[in-house]
Write a protein that binds this ligand. Structure first.
Ligand code: ATP
Length: 432
């Protein structure tokens, strides 16, 4: 009888030189299916704290949830552990895989809370081990086994509030590390036919395709979407000139803003990602490297905000902010020794534009011409009819602002996996 629900969490299997935890997840899924194991949901690809320093690339972990008989459980565990052992970059110093098996019908509240903390904050390996003991989860540590943190966090993520999907197609091993052979025109066509139900396929500012990574990992491409069926349709539209070994559709917290929390300036901690409402208190300035920095304050304090060079055109908006503008800043806060805490902007919402006033000479009512200064403290004079005006006749005039209120985001090339693209905010919620 299929009376057991087993959650299988995986993390920390890859290195900067290769592999990808999503690939190992896909291989495990296929191997389990081959022996007749039933998944109860899509496998999940869970993005964890994007500001975490020990991540390899995108800080992701995988969970596969299966329904099985008591007899199948040891087979599932064996398949998973053997696959991780075989494929993980164990020779790499910084690769410390963790696998967690958790048999439970419901995810306990404390595991959900832990998961949120790993996505939004920092936890220790000891915390993860203690929790595993408390809830009766079985942990398998390879080397330092740091991956059990992400593996447990992935199990605890139920994606009840928001979710997206990503279809990931993988290359055959002989092609890993070589240039990806993909028909770019077909990606444009796919985007035309499926956007906005697929998103982040292209970077509108540079015209480059965004579905292929630039790392030597097994991923050929990944298509992000609102619904699995649309991801599948998009996948069928993309043409490639190399074999696809396998593909998988992951359910994910990508594009959901799950990493962000509302905060007041003085409460902000390094490694957090925050949403802060406040007022621009220091004029934007461009620093070496083309980064734009400005100060904002709320009732508790002042903090720097930065639009770094890779955010390209987003910096144009940021540069046009002025002191007194009311904004909501969204972004991550990384610890940078000797530098003030800085919000690394992902999005900015301009709520109120402060009028910029300039003192203007009065207009002569008879000639409808702007008057000239009549000399220091001598008021104004009309050049044409010579009529004089006192210095109090000068008016403060509003200079048109070159930006508008609204929500602005960094381009896809500079976007965090977790950041919610504006297209997901502005389109009405679809029925899933
Ligand atoms: P990839 O996305 O390519 O699989 P990665 O970027 O996910 O790689 P890992 O190699 O998994 O990076 O390394 C991240 C390590 O940090 C893992 O061991 C994970 O368990 C741990 N970790 C992730 N988030 C946190 C966090 N918020 N606090 C403490 N440890 C974390």
């Amino acid at each position: 009888m299929l009376n057991q629900i087993l959650h299988i969490g995986l993390d920390d299997t890859d290195s900067k030189d290769g592999m990808c935890t999503t690939y190992i997840g896909a291989v495990v899924v296929d191997k389990l299916k081959e022996v007749g194991i039933k998944l109860i949901d899509f496998p999940y690809l869970i993005r964890l704290n994007p500001n975490w320093i020990l991540k390899t690339r995108g800080n992701c972990a995988i969970v596969i949830r299966v329904q099985a008989t008591d007899e199948q459980i040891p087979i599932i565990k064996q398949i998973t552990l053997e696959t991780v052992e075989k494929l993980a970059e164990l020779h790499h110093e910084t690769t410390n895989p963790g696998v967690v098996f958790y048999q439970a019908k419901e995810i306990p509240e404390k595991l959900k809370i832990f998961s949120k903390k790993v996505i939004q904050d920092v936890v220790t390996l000891e915390e993860a081990e203690k929790l595993a003991r408390e809830i009766g989860a079985e942990i398998h540590k390879f080397k330092l086994g740091r991956g059990i943190i992400g593996a447990l966090a992935a199990i605890g993520e139920t994606l009840k509030h928001d979710k997206t999907f990503e279809l990931i197609a993988y290359r055959t091993p002989n092609n890993w590390g070589t240039k990806r052979r993909i028909d770019e025109k077909s990606v444009f066509k796919m985007n035309e036919l499926t956007f906005p139900e697929t998103f982040d396929n292209l970077d509108p500012t540079t015209g480059e395709i965004r579905i292929t990574p630039h790392t030597p990992c097994p991923v050929l491409y990944g298509i992000r979407s609102e619904k699995p069926i649309v991801a599948q349709k998009a996948h069928n539209l993309v043409k490639v000139f190399e074999p696809i070994e396998r593909f998988v559709i992951y359910k994910t917290n990508q594009g959901t803003d799950e990493h962000l929390r509302e905060a007041k300036v003085t409460g902000i901690k390094p490694f957090w990602s925050v949403i802060v409402k406040g007022t621009v208190s220091g004029k934007p300035r461009v620093i070496t490297g083309g980064h734009v920095i400005f100060k904002m304050r709320d009732e508790t304090g002042e903090i720097d905000c930065a639009a770094y060079e890779p955010t390209r055109k987003f910096r144009i908006v940021v540069k046009k902010l002025t002191v007194g503008d009311v904004i909501r800043a969204y972004g991550g806060v990384k610890p940078k020794p000797e530098l003030p805490l800085t919000i690394n902007l992902e999005k900015i919402e301009i709520l109120k534009l402060n009028p910029i006033l300039k003192k203007a000479n009065p207009i002569c009512p008879k000639c409808n011409k702007r008057t000239k200064s009549a000399g220091k403290n001598k008021g104004y004079v009309c050049k044409r009819c010579k009529q004089k005006f006192p210095k109090e006749a000068a008016k403060l005039e509003e200079i048109p602002r070159e930006i508008e209120r609204g929500l602005f985001e960094v381009p896809p090339r500079a976007r965090r996996h977790l950041a919610k693209p504006i297209v997901r905010v502005s389109f009405p919620k679809r029925a899933y």
